[in-house]
Each structure stands twice: as C-alpha cells, then as structure tokens.
Write a protein that binds this ligand. Structure first.
Ligand code: ACO
Length: 330
C-alpha cells in the first residue's frame, strides 16, 4: 500500500526563438511545403541558438514549472531528465541542470527512452513519490535534436525540432483526486534499428570514417516507424483505459507524442476519440522527442483548454522502440 500519491504541481515549457520553416527546408532538400504539411502536419520547428545546449532549454522550462508550482528551486529534491540529445555523453544533462539550478546534493539522472522519455520519467517519479523517497521531483523532457539531424536527408530533416517541457510532481495524500492514476511502459528492443544513430557510441566510436559515411546522424525507416507508432500508442491507450476501468468518454484531453498529425489522428480513431479533444501543436513545433508531451500540455494549459480537475491521457512511442501511456487528473 502506498502512503502517498503524485500530483502535477506545476508545468513549464520553452521553445528557442529561431525557426526552421518548410520554405527553409525547400532550400536544403528536394521537398516542398505542401508535401510536408500533408504527410506530417508540420509547418515549422524551433532550433536552439548556437550558444544553447539541451540543459539551457531544460533550465528555462524548469524555472517556469517551479514557479508555477509556487515553489523555489531549493524545494526540489530530485531531478530526472528524459533526453537522447544531451549536452554531453557524460556528465548527464540532469547533473548539468542541477548545477544551473544551484541544487548540489540532490539526485539527478537522465533516462534515454527517446520520444517516450517523458512518460518513462513521469512513471519513475510517481513510483519514487509513492514510495516516500522524494516530495517534489522536477521531471524534464528536453532535446536539441537539430544537432543530430542530417539536413541532406529529406525524410528525417523535415520532422525534428528543439524544445523543453518540465513538470514539478509533488507528494499528496492518498485521498486526493488530482493525482497520477496510472502509467504503463513497454519496449521492443528487437525493433531498435528502425530509428538509430548508428555511430558515435561504443559500438562504433567517432572516426573520420563515421563523419564521412554520415552514420553520426539519426537514421530512420519512416514507414515502419509510422505503423509501429500507431500500433503501440493505440495498444498503450487501450491498456490505460482498461486498467482504470474507463472509456474514451472519461478522458477530457488526449496529449499524444507529437511526431506527425496523421499518427495522432489514427490513434484517436482507434478508440473512437474525438479529434477536437486531441492536443496537437505539431504544426508549430515538429517532433521535439521527449519534450513534445510536456510542451503540448503546457501550451494547452496556457491557451485555456487544459484545466485543473480534468482527466488527461498521455501516450508516446519512440526510438528503442519504446512506448507508454499515463492517465492523470490534473
Ligand atoms: N519531401 C518530398 N518527398 C518525400 C519526402 C520529403 N520530405 N520524404 C520522403 N519523400 C518521398 C519518398 O521518397 C517516397 O517517394 P517514392 O514513392 O518515389 O519512393 C514518397 O515521398 C512517399 O514516401 P513514404 O515514406 O511512403 O511517405 P509517408 O507518407 O510514409 O511519409 C514520413 C513519410 C512523413 C516520414 C512518415 O512515414 C512518418 O511520419 N513516419 C514516422 C516517423 C517518425 O515519427 N519518426 C520519429 C520517431 S522515432 C523517435 O522517437 C525519435
């Protein structure tokens, strides 16, 4: 029996100011605005400034989330960052962020579950809080994908952007209604080669050869990813609803990983969920990997769609392949 439950106490997001529009991409690869919008729903993506790394975006989003929770940085007792585009291979981006926030001493860790990263770290934070280990955990999905995208590959470069979204999740009592109800995680490592950065790790470290053969960049089998994304996100949504004895009418908003509008639409159709209740800002952000869910959530809160007391379903898939879902009352 848990002594505590987890509440979303504050949210924040940050998108860097520089934009890459579809027109900009037309100048780099053989593509066009109409094709990109029709196949993905994306019009523009944000790009980190040359002096910004992942921890800088994470820092901006974190300050906003901590303020929104009516807390100060010193109240945070654990940091978990979801990222696959961290500042360095080591130290972790969460340690860099911890130093920026002046929080020496508290635990800080990164989780590399790609686009499912935010659901993975929410699930971990929920477990820590239920166990009584921490009171106020800062969870951040933050990515600077544009440094790992090959702007000569038209299939990938149209998709990705940079951003960060943060939540403070806090201990509350077991009678509270505004809590994380459930999270479900899964992974299928046998499908790992569908989205991979083949070189730059211990398997194939950096060399001139790696730079020459372009294996340093993200590579993707887009159509296969698409099919698996719809399959796994639909399955995790179904699992979440069944676990909570809910159906789609109990959910006020679906906040899916923002990879491609057609994927979100197919997932909503799968369980007869009205498209008007799907939060999508993919048109203005593209795929920011682990950051998409907290950024989309924060935008929808600020524009008045997501309100306190509502029931929200989150779902994601990502490289790995990973996937997951969570249900919460905000
Ligand atoms: N502009 C114009 N034409 C293009 C482009 C482009 N940017 N990209 C591909 N094409 C071409 C293809 O070469 C192909 O041409 P062909 O028929 O002559 O061979 C044609 O368009 C159709 O290609 P498809 O792959 O069938 O196009 P599809 O409708 O599947 O859309 C897309 C491609 C957008 C990549 C889609 O498959 C998709 O979104 N997949 C999911 C990708 C994703 O979400 N990846 C990230 C997740 S992984 C992570 O977690 C980090």
């Amino acid at each position: 029996m848990s002594l505590y439950r987890t509440r979303v106490a504050g949210t924040g997001s940050y998108l860097p100011p520089d934009l890459i529009t579809n027109k900009d991409l037309e100048k780099l690869v053989d593509t066009n605005d109409e094709w990109i919008r029709e196949r993905t729903g994306i019009s523009e993506r944000h790009r980190a400034l040359p002096n910004q790394a992942t921890s800088d975006l994470a820092y901006e989003a974190s300050l906003l989330a901590i303020k929104d929770a009516n807390l100060e940085p010193k109240d945070i007792d654990c940091i978990i960052v979801g990222t696959v585009t961290g500042d360095y291979q080591t130290p972790s981006t969460s340690c860099v962020l911890q130093a920026k926030l002046g929080l020496n001493g508290i635990p800080a860790m990164d989780v590399g579950a790609a686009c499912s990263g935010f659901i993975y770290i929410l699930s971990m934070a929920d477990a820590y809080i239920r166990m009584g280990m921490y009171k106020n955990i800062l969870i951040v999905g933050a990515e600077v994908t544009t440094r790992f995208v090959n702007y000569k590959d038209r299939e990938t470069c149209i998709l990705f952007g940079d951003g960060a979204g943060a939540w403070v999740v806090s201990r509350t009592d077991t009678q509270a209604k505004d809590v994380v109800y459930s999270s479900h995680l899964r992974a299928e490592g046998s499908l790992g080669d569908l989205f991979i950065r083949p070189s730059g790790g211990s398997k194939r470290p950096f060399s001139q050869e790696v730079l020459d053969d372009n294996s340093y960049w993200f590579t993707m089998k887009g159509r296969e990813i698409y099919k698996n994304a719809v399959r796994t996100m639909s399955a995790t949504c179904q699992e979440a609803l069944e676990f909570n004895k809910m159906n789609s009418s109990h959910i006020d908003w679906l906040v899916p990983h923002q990879a491609n509008w057609r994927i979100m639409e197919a997932v909503a159709n799968h369980f007869d969920f009205p498209k008007e209740k799907v939060i999508s800002i993919v048109d203005q952000m593209g795929n920011t990997s682990a950051a998409t869910i907290p950024v989309a959530f924060d935008f929808a809160r600020k524009d008045g769609r997501i309100k306190r007391g509502q029931t929200i379903l989150l779902t994601a898939f990502g490289a790995g392949l990973t996937a997951g879902s969570a249900v919460l009352q905000f």
